[in-house]
Write a protein that binds this ligand. Structure first.
Ligand code: NDP
Ligand code: 2IT
Length: 450
């Protein structure tokens, strides 16, 4: 980076910090993108004079609302609901809903911003958005979750639509919540449309959507390894999380001949040196998807070690897949992975690696797949669900998996095109940021000043 670009980046980030105080996650996500995109547009006055990057960092719209519902004891509960509609230059706003007590404006603005670049990389016509609430579904009965979802959708309904904004799941929003949300939308609007994705197969859902994010992150890993003449077969993989993304990442690792040895939740992680696959993986799926239990129960069931309050990055591995949440892999975790000989990292979660961790991976020439590229498989199959809904058809599983595989390969190719350095190292973060930026930027230029 030359001195002029360095100054431009410094000035740009100062303005972002001033305009968005107390939003550390949003500032972090913008800094990651600006570090790649500002040098790229230094000699492209069209983008600079139209102030495209500045416009992209200001959401089109932020909706915040009160969600009031009654718990099982008849107490009135109040939560805060959100939808951040970041950018619809290339298609309707599209992105998940997160229900977690840590949800706030900073977290949702970062997620909506990232989503804009991710959706662009898929090649499908989807803009970027994200929403959710500071509601904690953990420990709540099904009826409480239903009443919360109905109250949340009662406000959200007027802001979304199949050509306007199409939400889906994220942390704390899975098949059960999507069912309640879709049902309430249908009741209020008196219309059966593809306004949400991740729906049940009986009411407009798509095959492979459940598996898509985890499978996609491993497909991307496979392409990175192949690019360096390597293979997943025989690789030991550490995985964090034990939700939707983590479990299907573990499944695909096993299918491709690797061995996933860890899973985690917010209480700690388990280490199973023999590998989490087959009957053991089926057991965890039932634990998490049906019984909503804790990962520590795996240790009791299968007699392996549980590490309370810890993350799995100290376990030696060939590849690592952080699949839980943002900033779950620090600089010192990254250094431990490098020291233990880890050769590749594929981010199933959104922004799981902090800034220091990124610098360590890149300076050590680790194959590093940033979330906006690696976990785009989920939203890609959501896009395919939208296409199927709009023409009233359902593709077969093989067809959807083939399309997912092709989309992930396409994202890998774009990253290689824009991220390859003279030394042969592919900086996938840079590649994903620039390729994602280009399509949205060109659409924004076409619309003129708005
Ligand atoms: P789930 O709710 O299914 O699972 C989340 C997992 O992460 C759980 O094991 C949870 O543990 C753990 N977790 C969540 N928050 C924290 C935290 N603050 N600290 C420690 N552990 C935590 O969510 P998903 O699997 O759907 O999402 C995981 C990640 O993947 C998120 O970053 C999400 O944004 C991203 N993602 C999801 C996509 C999807 O299609 N679902 C698509 C693309 C990205 P516990 O149960 O104890 O809270
Ligand atoms: O972060 C993400 O890409 C998601 N949570 C999935 C979004 C979607 O619309 O399927």
């Amino acid at each position: 980076m030359n001195a002029a670009t360095h100054t431009a980046l410094h000035d740009f980030m100062q303005k972002i910090e001033k305009r968005n105080p107390n939003e550390p996650e949003f500032q972090q996500a913008v800094a990651e993108v600006a570090t790649s995109v500002l040098p790229y547009i230094q000699d492209k006055p069209l983008y600079r004079e139209a102030r495209i990057l500045e416009r992209m960092t200001e959401p089109d719209r932020v909706i915040m609302f009160r969600v009031v519902w009654e718990d099982d004891d008849g107490n009135v509960q109040i939560n805060r609901g959100y939808r951040v509609q970041n950018n619809n230059a290339i298609g309707p706003y599209k992105g998940g809903l997160r229900f977690h007590p840590s949800v706030n404006l900073s977290v949702l603005k970062f997620l909506a911003f990232e989503q804009t670049f991710k959706n662009s990389l898929t090649g499908l016509p989807m803009g970027g958005g994200k929403g959710g609430a500071d509601f904690n579904p953990k420990g709540r009965s099904n009826n409480e979750v239903m009443r919360f979802c109905q109250a949340y959708m009662t406000e959200l309904e007027r802001h979304i639509g199949e050509g306007t904004d199409v939400p889906a799941g994220d942390i704390g929003v899975g098949a059960r919540e999507i069912g309640y949300l879709f049902g309430q939308h249908k009741r209020l609007s008196n219309q059966f449309t593809g306004v949400l994705t991740g729906k049940g197969l009986e009411y407009g859902g798509s095959l492979v959507r459940t598996e898509a994010t985890g499978y996609g992150a491993v497909y991307f890993l496979e392409d990175m390894l192949k690019h360096r003449g390597k293979d997943i077969e025989g690789c030991v993989a550490t995985i964090s999380g034990s939700g939707n993304v983590a479990l299907y990442a573990a499944e695909k690792v096993a299918q491709l001949g690797g061995k996933a040895v860890t899973l985690s939740d917010s209480s700690g992680f388990i280490h199973d040196p023999e590998g989490i696959a087959g009957d053991k993986l089926a057991w965890v799926k039932a634990l998490k998807e049906q019984r909503r239990g804790r990962i520590s129960e795996y240790a009791e069931e299968f007699g392996v070690e549980f590490f309370p309050g810890e993350r799995p990055w100290k376990i030696p591995c060939d590849v690592a897949l952080p699949c839980a949440t943002q900033n779950e892999l620090s600089g010192s975790d990254a250094q431990t992975l490098v020291d233990n000989g880890c050769m590749a990292v594929s981010e199933g979660a959104n922004m799981p690696t902090d800034q220091e961790g990124l610098d360590i991976f890149v300076s050590n020439h680790i194959m590093f797949a940033p979330s906006k590229a690696a976990n785009a498989g989920g939203v890609a199959v959501s896009g395919l669900e939208m296409s199927q809904n709009s023409v009233g058809i359902s593709w077969e599983e093989d067809e959807l998996d083939r399309r997912l595989r092709t989309i992930m390969r396409g994202i890998h190719e774009q990253c290689v095109e824009y991220g390859s350095g003279d030394n042969g190292y592919v900086n996938y973060l840079k590649g994903a940021n620039i390729a994602g930026f280009n399509k949205v930027a060109n659409a924004m230029l076409a619309y003129g000043v708005m």
